[in-house]
Design a protein around this ligand. Structure first.
Ligand SMILES: *Cc1c(COP(=O)(O)O)cnc(C)c1O
Length: 359
């Protein structure tokens, strides 16, 4: 069986065509069952006893995070998602409240930065919003910010950002780097970035349950009171078990194989959809991600098109409004983000449906 066949056989059949993994992937039977089994165990032996019994499964999840990030001695915490992790980090931050990030920073991240009182400066980018690593090196050296927040892959385009390069510059300057890998984890190679903190969501490319995520930090980065609070806060242990299992499945499938297949899927999607009914693909065909962004033809509203694709063709895509990346986006778009199991026939069906619903 191919990786794609295995992935498909491991989960319930989709009602239609699901090309929306950047929003929320489809969980496997085993992951769904693991979360449910934990809830049953809580009812049988008690919630705190069940949590203790799940210790090894959760430790395996934490170990997978360390392996996939290359942060071998990191403290790994389960969170309720990426935004929760960022809020924990910024709330706890003891330095000056100023940070540098990309102009394409995720809108909800900017809102958390503002709420936590951070002044935001932007890193230099090229015409497609990709970091200009050389210029960034010069600017960061000339005026090092107290913190760099770097989103390795945005929510609004499939442009892969050079995280290793920026982290290396920051390491030389002694500037801590936080990596938002909500779209990168389980998708891109995240090992060896060399971050001080790294966080992601569960439901996106690793296909775990909704409402959970992970935060990995260099030992000593978080203050003691925050670490104590994280250890005591009420959490949904069953979903952490599900997430740990999804990480186990990802590791078992082979991270390099998964990442290679996702690159292939990205290229196939862009090839299938480029120019269909006047929609323009934003990324170069071989951009190494599985996120394809479609810019609408003049006068076409991507929100309406997304709704009609669901209602009339059972095809799930994402509408990208300007709030996704308010400092960079100038017009709304449509995102198509299949997982490893997408077929050429499905991509052809998406192209056909897009043609049918574009006025
Ligand atoms: C989805 C997303 C987030 C937020 O993740 P949650 O788990 O919903 O909090 C943050 N950053 C990026 C780039 C995202 O795509």
């Amino acid at each position: 069986m191919t990786l794609a066949d295995q992935w498909r056989a491991a989960r319930p059949p989709a009602a239609g065509i699901h090309v929306d993994s950047a929003a929320c992937s489809r969980q496997s039977f085993a992951v769904i069952d693991a979360s449910a089994a934990h809830a049953r165990h809580e009812a049988e032996i008690g919630g705190y006893q069940a949590a203790q019994a799940a210790g090894p499964a959760l430790d395996a999840g934490r170990a997978a995070v360390r392996a996939l990030t290359g942060m071998t001695d990191a403290d790994v915490y389960f969170t309720t998602g990426s935004n929760h992790a960022l809020d924990i980090l910024l709330d706890d931050w003891r330095g000056a409240r100023r940070l540098a990030c990309l102009p394409g920073e995720f809108g909800p991240n900017l809102a958390i930065m503002a709420r936590r009182g951070f002044e935001v400066q932007t890193l230099p980018v090229d015409g497609v919003g990709r970091l200009d690593a050389d210029e960034a090196g010069r600017e960061l050296s000339a005026d090092p910010p107290p913190l760099v927040h770097f989103t390795i892959l945005g929510s609004h385009t499939g442009t892969v950002q050079p995280a290793r390069e920026v982290a290396a510059v920051c390491r030389d300057l002694g500037v801590p780097v936080v990596i938002d890998a909500a779209q990168g984890f389980g998708h891109l190679d995240c090992a060896g970035i060399g971050a001080d903190a790294f966080y992601s969501s569960s439901r996106k490319w690793v296909a775990g349950p909704r409402g959970v995520g992970v935060l990995a930090t260099r030992p000593g980065l978080l203050s003691e009171p925050t670490v104590l609070w994280l250890g005591h806060a009420e959490t949904n242990v069953g979903l952490h078990v599900g997430l740990s299992l999804s990480l186990g499945e990802y590791v078992a499938a082979g991270p390099a194989e998964m990442q290679a297949r996702l690159r292939e899927v990205g290229a196939a999607t862009r090839t299938a959809l480029a120019g269909v009914a006047g929609w323009a693909v934003v990324e170069p065909v071989d951009e190494p991600s599985a996120i394809t962004t479609l810019r609408p033809p003049p006068g076409v509203d991507p929100a309406t098109v997304r709704a009609r694709l669901i209602a009339e063709h059972s095809i799930v895509t994402t509408y990208l409004g300007l709030e996704r990346a308010p400092r960079e986006m100038t017009e709304p778009a449509l995102r198509v983000s299949p997982h490893v199991d997408v077929t050429d026939a499905e991509l052809a069906a998406v192209a056909g449906a897009l043609r049918a619903v574009t006025p």
